[in-house]
Ligand binder design. Structure first.
Ligand code: ADP
Ligand code: MG
Length: 223
């Protein structure tokens, strides 16, 4: 059996806005192993992004446990969580989340600059931008790039610290068919070729062929 990368046990998440309390995750449990390509699907509001954010250490559930690489991360001190987020996790957002003042190359280098010498970051960022087919756009600013190009830069950025697991929240939702296909091709390569573990939220049934596992969320529960 491959190594366990993530183990989620009975997590609950509540949001409170004013008088309204939303029970967004209602006891979610599952394991994820090295090399898995997991797709999370479900209707809008079913809790997909919430689940991904808890796994990616962008937020904390109200109860339950999450083990990431055998370490329990909910009780973990924030400083250690931040380090894990930086070194073990790559996160890709639907809206790219690139910094508009920085070039493609600088955006990709940024998460590595806290850990390494600049020259090493730059070399590695170059290599990753070539890997995603963006070697000719390294000096471009985000607003000079198409949606698909921005998402490729965001993928390169997610890879810069060689993470164990990559989380992607509807990474193709804003892209036309051709750009979406090319992003999916890159994610498939990362999984098949480089053995990256991937968790992706998507609405697109045709993207399910890339996954070896599918979780269907409805109203905060796995069905
Ligand atoms: P999905 O990604 O499947 O569309 P979300 O995880 O974004 O679902 O949302 C799950 C539920 O939690 C929804 O009812 C949503 O309105 C609610 N929710 C999400 N984020 C917040 C928030 N920051 N504050 C209050 N409610 C939220
Ligand atoms: Mg969502």
């Amino acid at each position: 059996m491959p190594n366990k990368i993530v183990s989620v046990h009975n997590i609950h998440k509540f949001y409170e806005s004013g008088h309204v309390k939303v029970h967004a995750l209602k006891g979610v449990s599952f394991d994820l192993h090295e090399g898995d390509f997991l797709i999370i699907k479900g209707r809008n509001g079913s809790g997909k992004s919430t689940l991904l954010r808890q796994l990616g250490l962008l937020d904390k559930p109200d109860s339950g446990t999450i083990h990431l690489l055998d370490e329990e991360v909910i009780q973990m001190k924030e400083k250690l969580r931040a380090k894990m987020r930086l070194t073990k996790i790559g996160y890709i957002f639907q809206e790219y989340a690139l910094l508009s003042e920085l070039t493609a190359l600088e955006n990709v280098m940024l998460p590595a600059m806290l850990l390494n010498k600049k020259i090493e970051c730059e070399k590695r960022a170059h290599r990753l931008l070539s890997k995603v087919g963006m070697e000719r756009r390294i000096k471009s600013l985000p607003n000079q790039l198409s949606g698909g190009e921005k998402q490729k830069v965001a993928i390169a950025r997610a890879l810069i610290n060689d993470p164990k697991v990559i989380f992607a929240d509807e990474p193709t939702a804003n892209l036309d068919t051709q750009a979406a296909n090319s992003v999916m091709k890159i994610l498939k390569e990362l999984n098949k070729h480089d053995n990256h573990t991937i968790v992706m939220v998507t609405h697109e049934p045709e993207e399910e062929v890339f996954a070896n596992r599918i979780i269907h969320l409805a109203d905060g529960k796995i069905i």
